[in-house]
Design a protein around this ligand. Structure first.
Ligand code: ADP
Ligand code: TYD
Length: 208
């Protein structure tokens, strides 16, 4: 089973991914938590390039780099883990590309991007996706408490960029209501974790 976590930077999704990983461990489930972009050596190197504010990257090159990192993650890590029956938790997946490159950078229409994303993941689609929706000010406040180094290359897009990203996420949730579950990210971490657990429990086989 593949479960993904989405939202703008500082929405609290990594916190929820870690809480759900700990929950599954307590239940005795084999679990793997990965973050995007990242994982295999190729993806980690691409990540460093993508977040480096000193490297100029055109919007289309950005789309291809995020996608290259993802294609490698799917082939090297996700497919083998899923084939072995592991519950895979992914902190961001291709919905981030739809929201950030599609919406934020205004790069491509959703139909084209959907088809492109399917090619990149070799048809791998998350079983469930949690979208943590927060107002921009809340996310910015949380980021400032977390990132001593200041904004990375993606965060430097500022408010207008994040408005478009958030809108693209919400539009996506309307297009795919069966897969995406939108949660109010301004709730406490504990409350959100409870909501995630009660949503995922009936969808997962927990060993007895
Ligand atoms: P993201 O992965 O979406 O960028 P994080 O999970 O890293 O966000 O959270 C960003 C910051 O906000 C961290 O300092 C974290 O402790 C804090 N945080 C996470 N979730 C919540 C929440 N529900 N309410 C308040 N603060 C939160
Ligand atoms: P990261 O530090 O992991 O951000 P966060 O903690 O918010 O997840 O940085 C990843 C950045 O890359 C983030 O700004 C979102 C962006 N991104 C894209 O623009 N497109 C993508 O396909 C992915 C996976 C991430």
């Amino acid at each position: 089973m593949l479960i993904t976590f989405e939202g703008i930077d500082g929405s609290g999704k990594s916190t929820q991914a870690r809480l759900l990983e700990a929950y599954f461990h307590r239940q005795g489930c084999e679990t793997l938590l990965v973050r995007e972009p990242g994982g295999p050596p190729l993806a980690e190197r691409v990540r460093a390039l993508l977040l480096d504010g000193d490297v100029a990257i055109s919007p289309f090159a950005e789309l291809l780099l995020f996608s290259a990192a993802r294609a490698q993650l799917v082939a090297e890590t996700l497919r083998p883990a899923l084939n072995a029956g592991t519950i895979v938790l992914c902190d961001r997946f291709y919905d981030s590309t739809t929201a950030y490159q599609g919406g934020g950078r205004g790069l491509a229409d959703p139909v084209w991007l959907d088809a492109f994303n399917r090619r990149v993941t070799d048809g791998l689609v998350p079983d469930r996706t949690y979208l943590f929706d927060v107002p921009l000010e809340v996310a910015a406040q949380r980021r400032s408490g977390r990132d001593a180094a200041g904004p990375d290359r993606m965060e430097a897009g500022g408010d207008p960029f994040f408005v478009r990203v958030r809108e693209a996420y919400l539009a996506l949730a309307e297009r795919e209501p069966q897969r995406l579950c939108v949660l109010d990210g301004t709730r406490s971490p504990e409350e959100l974790h409870e909501q995630v657990v009660s949503d995922i429990q009936p969808r997962v086989q927990i060993p007895s």
